[in-house]
Design a protein around this ligand. Structure first.
Ligand code: PLP
Length: 439
């Protein structure tokens, strides 16, 4: 039992639902992080979301900064998204045949994004990454993939690997069920380290099909990379004829309509997108030049398919959401609001002498309980600081603020967090920090 400065919210109904869920699902959940393993208490079962707020089964209300792990950049239940989805559903929900809606969403994406010429819709980020990797291998006729320690790319077999000991290593599987031979096709190097990259390309000359990176690594804290490193990465891939894959499942349409590619003005060879394209429904996509994409079946020999790919209901949610994002000024306003929010929290912590850094970019932020000026690699995160996060998380919930249940997860500001909501959230965050740093 940890101390708390406020009475705990009631979790009676959530606890009951969780007990039932445990009989149905491994660990009581359909995705592991939801089980609240690294924070206090039983997971909250969410009943309703509207705007920037969510309510749980016990009727507790929260200002939400998880936003379904990113896709809800317009908040919950946005009227335009809801109306468009409802309208589409009047005419049936799936055909497994082409619809005009797929063209409409693709046109919207491609018209405002100079980094890809053609794309293929899939149903999740994992699928997008898995397909992009196959495409890169098929195109280059090479097998090895290079990834970075601290980047997450979904639960693709060959990417569920962690670094061994050494600067450049074959991956060691990080999940049971992944054959060692798969992990042997993956090379793992630290982020933001040019020397390691150079060594890897020397050691595995002409073998690397692709390098995959989250250009804004946001699944293991927010490990902001130096632009010079990303530029070097682009160059070294080009020189070695390896494809550069930007996994923009988080950063795509989040930092701006052109995602991290536009933010850093770096052109990768393939980009993967995820959840945000579906406005809360299951969608992902991968895109590239017309030439590289022509290798995908039925045009080319790299097979990739999906019964529900381009599902009309999901496409509709995407069309409605991305139409809002494409409006002039959307990102300027959102990003300015989020920066002011993060900076105010940083200022408070600094004035009080708290060891806290609020790293942020665009509308993504991360609370790191540290006094390091920058954290760019996974191994620079102090694991013991997560104890403070655990206390913080509980204090926030007790004050009506919902963030992801792990200190390694980032938060998101949406376009419907008003000034007033953010003021309320800031006060709750200040009080929670006061408590955390007293204990
Ligand atoms: N790639 C990145 C960068 C992600 O953040 C995620 C999920 O959060 C994925 C891939 C996997 O996406 P999904 O959970 O939709 O399979």
């Amino acid at each position: 039992a940890h101390p708390t400065s406020k009475p705990d919210i009631s979790r009676e109904k959530s606890a009951e639902l969780y007990e039932k869920a445990k009989a149905y699902f491994p660990g009581g959940v359909n995705s592991p992080v939801r089980a609240f393993k690294s924070v206090y208490g039983t997971p909250l079962f969410i009943q309703k979301g509207d705007g920037c707020r969510i309510w749980d089964a016990d009727g507790n209300g929260f200002i939400d900064f998880c936003c379904s792990w990113g896709p809800l950049i317009l908040g919950h239940n946005h009227p335009h998204v809801r109306e468009k989805v409802t309208e589409t559903m009047q005419n049936g929900m799936s055909f497994g045949a082409p619809t005009a809606l797929e063209n409409e969403l693709a046109e919207l994406i491609l018209k405002h994004n100079k980094y890809i010429q053609k794309l293929r819709f899939v149903s999740s980020g994992t699928e997008a990454v898995m397909s992009a990797i196959r495409l890169a291998r098929g195109y280059t006729k090479r097998d090895k993939i290079l990834k970075f320690e601290g980047c997450y790319h979904g639960h693709v077999d060959s990417l569920l690997v962690k670094a061994g000991s050494g600067l450049v290593t074959f991956g060691e599987t990080s999940s049971a069920g992944v054959p060692k031979s798969f992990a042997d096709e993956t090379i793992v190097v630290p982020l933001n380290d040019r020397e390691a990259l150079k060594l890897a390309f020397e050691e595995f000359k002409d073998q690397i099909a692709a390098v995959i990176i989250e250009p804004v690594p946001a699944n293991n804290g927010l490990l902001l990379q130096e632009k010079e490193f990303l530029k070097y990465l682009r160059e070294i891939c080009t020189v070695n004829k390896a494809l550069l894959i930007f996994d923009e499942v988080i950063s795509g349409f989040r930092l701006g309509f052109e995602g991290a590619s536009g933010f850093y003005q770096i052109k990768p060879d393939i980009i993967t997108y995820g959840k945000i394209i579906g406005g809360g429904l299951p969608v992902g996509a991968y895109g590239s030049s017309a030439e590289i994409m022509s290798n995908i079946s039925p045009e080319g020999s790299v097979y990739q398919a999906g019964t529900l790919s381009g599902n009309p209901v999901a496409m509709s949610a995407g069309i409605a959401q991305l139409s809002e994002l494409a409006k002039p000024g959307f990102y300027e306003e959102l990003n300015a609001k989020a920066a002011a929010f993060a900076n105010a929290i940083q200022q408070y912590a600094t004035e009080k002498g708290f060891k806290l850094k609020v790293f942020h970019v665009g509308s993504i932020f991360w609370f790191a309980f540290t006094d390091q000026e920058s954290i760019r690699r996974a191994d620079e995160i102090d694991a013991s600081s997560m104890e403070k996060f655990k206390l913080f998380h509980r204090e926030l919930l007790n004050r009506g603020i919902y963030i992801g249940p792990s200190g390694y997860e980032v938060g998101f500001v949406s376009s419907v967090h008003t000034k007033d909501d953010l003021e309320k959230a800031k006060l709750a965050i200040f009080e929670s920090l006061d408590f955390v740093f007293k204990n």
